[in-house]
Design a protein around this ligand. Structure first.
Ligand SMILES: Nc1ncnc2c1ncn2[C@@H]1O[C@H](COP(=O)(O)OP(=O)(O)OP(=O)(O)O)[C@@H](O)[C@H]1O
Ligand SMILES: [Mg+2]
Length: 407
């Protein structure tokens, strides 16, 4: 569907359901992207009238007002419209273009059927800040072998099988998967397993088959399965076991054929709960290599903070100092902190009637309210490495937790 058609459809939907705040905000986002700033602004205000503290609406409002200011002044000065990065940060700062554009040039049955759409990633591994160990591992176990097939043959090593990224929530698994597809120059097909199960309930096997077909048609393609644990035994116990079994079997068959043939489909998976993943999915040739993605390090936190503050009016922000004092927070926590800091500055501006940028004090107040959201995850992980690691599957996690004094 084109952007225009989507906007028309959403406009009609919002007219039918004026109380649907999320729908309205989705429309506002599209309008803003489309340069229809005033229209977007109208929907933001309407959304805020219904839900005054809605964080998405507040952020969007801020972006609309930024867009209007930039439009009014087409030649911003070097001082940068209220942006006030410290000089050292400015040097290393780089603009990351929107990471994805839907590839319209390739026909895809899935697009027509409203399945997930094939994307093109412009993110590369170098855009993933910090995390040197993860990158090294990805080079060794995936990127290197794929780009040196002759060497693989010489060493009689098979690059078969999928890679499973695991770790606490909000710490860069999806981002890494995109970076890998960018690195391989491959298209990117993200698939939420829970989504496949719910949206195509009763027809999930066919949906999965279609998804693999689409990946093959768009090869080289990184086929990225998120929430692989949704197919696990524990979840199976909750839902109807037999129908889930069929889906798992379909996935196994498709994985086996995708990873044994040379059709340019690279399968990646991600999960926060590898211990819940169906063991059959972890056998050789399937998701047989696991890479642990831990909390963002200082470099990663600096970049995450930078990208979350990029579209907001800020002044006097010392990213490095913030990164140094946010050890233990996930990417999602950091995004949340930036969101709250913006709300503090905005509330202040609304109250005084004088617009003021987001400053260090706002971020510090916001951070004081935030607890690491990954605490419960590490509590479970602690038990797993202690009592559920007989076969060494979680050695890497155990090492990480020892080093970071998580136990
Ligand atoms: N090393 C990094 N450099 C730059 N940005 C990062 C880095 N790691 C994470 N991010 C950013 O942090 C946010 C959270 O990352 P992402 O969504 O990839 O996490 P996830 O592990 O997939 O989370 P979930 O478990 O909730 O699916 C994203 O906006 C991502 O771009
Ligand atoms: Mg993710």
């Amino acid at each position: 569907m084109t952007q225009d058609a989507l906007i028309n459809e959403l406009t009609a939907a919002v007219e039918r359901a004026p109380q649907a705040v999320e729908l309205r905000l989705h429309l506002a986002e599209l309008l803003l992207q489309d340069g229809q700033v005033t229209e977007a602004l109208g929907h933001c205000s309407a959304a805020l009238a219904q839900d005054a503290t809605n964080a998405t609406a507040v952020a969007l409002l801020q972006r609309c007002s930024n867009a209007l200011t930039t439009k009014a002044d087409p030649a911003p000065t070097a001082a940068g419209e209220g942006f006030d990065w410290p000089a050292a940060e400015q040097q290393v700062s780089h603009i990351i273009e929107p990471a994805f554009v839907d590839s319209h040039d390739r026909p895809s049955a899935l697009d027509e059927a409203d399945y997930e759409s094939v994307q093109r990633s412009t993110v590369r591994l170098r855009d993933v800040a910090g995390m040197p160990e993860v990158k090294k591992q990805l080079e060794l176990s995936l990127l290197g072998p794929i780009s040196n097939p002759e060497m693989m043959k010489a060493y009689k090593i098979s690059a078969r099988g999928g890679l499973l990224l695991y770790g606490p929530p909000g710490c860069g698994k999806t981002f890494l998967a995109r970076a890998i597809s960018g690195e391989l120059g491959a298209s990117f097909l993200p698939v939420g397993i829970a989504d496949v199960l719910h949206r195509w309930f009763g027809d999930s096997e066919r949906a999965l088959h279609e998804i693999f077909e689409t990946a093959r048609r768009n090869s080289p393609c990184v086929l990225f399965f998120d929430e692989v644990d949704a197919l696990g035994q524990r979840r199976a116990a909750l839902s109807s076991q037999s129908s889930l079994r069929l889906v798992v079997n379909t996935l196994l068959a498709e994985l086996d054929s995708a990873t044994s043939s040379n059709d340019g489909v690279y399968v990646l998976g991600a999960t926060n709960m590898p211990w819940d993943v169906d063991p059959a999915l972890r056998r050789p040739g399937r998701f047989d290599r696991m890479v642990f993605v831990g909390l963002p390090d200082t470099d990663a936190r600096t970049e995450i903070l930078r990208s979350n503050l990029r579209d907001r009016p800020v002044a006097g922000i010392d990213l490095r100092r913030l990164a140094d004092r946010t050890e233990g927070l996930s990417g999602a926590d950091l995004a949340h902190a930036c969101e709250s800091a913006t709300q503090i500055a905005l509330a202040d501006s609304l109250q005084t009637g004088e617009v003021r940028p987001v400053g260090m004090s706002d971020l510090e107040s916001a951070l004081a309210q935030i607890k690491p959201s990954t605490g419960p995850w590490f509590d479970v992980a602690r038990n797993i490495v202690e009592f559920g690691n007989n076969d060494g599957t979680y050695d890497e996690l155990a090492k990480y937790m020892r080093r970071r004094k998580f136990r």
